[in-house]
Design a protein around this ligand. Sequence first.
Ligand SMILES: N[C@@H](CCC(=O)N[C@@H](CS)C(=O)NCC(=O)O)C(=O)O
Length: 211
Amino acid sequence: MAPQTPIRVYGRKNSINVQKVLWCCAELGVPFEQINRGGEFGGTATPEYRAMNPTGRVPTIDDNGFVLWESNAIVRYLAARYGMGKLCPQDERARASADRWMDWQLVTVWRSLQPAFQNLVRTSPAQRDINAIEAALRQSTDHFTLLDAHLKDKRHVIGGAFSMGDIPLGCTAQRWFRLDIERPDLPSLAAWYRRLEERPAFQQHVDLALS
Ligand SMILES: N[C@@H](CCC(=O)N[C@@H](CS)C(=O)NCC(=O)O)C(=O)O
């Protein structure tokens, strides 16, 4: 099944949460149109935007009248509707496993890394909070070490096949690998990340300079 008209994806291209959705759409091969909102583009406080997304955050999608916000919920929806049995595992246990890694990304990994990203990428050197950066890097290194151990005998987070479960963590790992920081040697994580880097949709929508 394909959408009748291209899915509208509202959100700026340098947002981690927007990138999840753009990457997902590109993996699924569904037609979509990216519309800049948020950050320097603004447009998220208008009544029209708030009617779609009362949080005023990005991303938001409009799939032929079905409006949805929250990036991981969007990825799940798109994968289930346009990629059942592929991006969205058909098997309930494999799907629950993908869900688990997606939830962990949102609630734990990105929450710990985000202060380092914000300070190192979007804050002038004089304004940076060094303590926040150090704490963020300590915590996120622990999380990536856990993921490295999990990936020891796996090609992707739920096992063999690439799935929606790899998308949020892949976007988060991109920040971690691109930041100018010291990282421990985590070979299984690095091998997984190299596999993501080979994917054209990842190259196009996620593997960009940090901004
Ligand atoms: N939990 C939400 C978080 C959304 C969010 O905080 N998005 C950020 C960009 S990554 C945002 O809207 N920032 C304000 C802006 O871009 O104007 C999701 O995953 O979609």
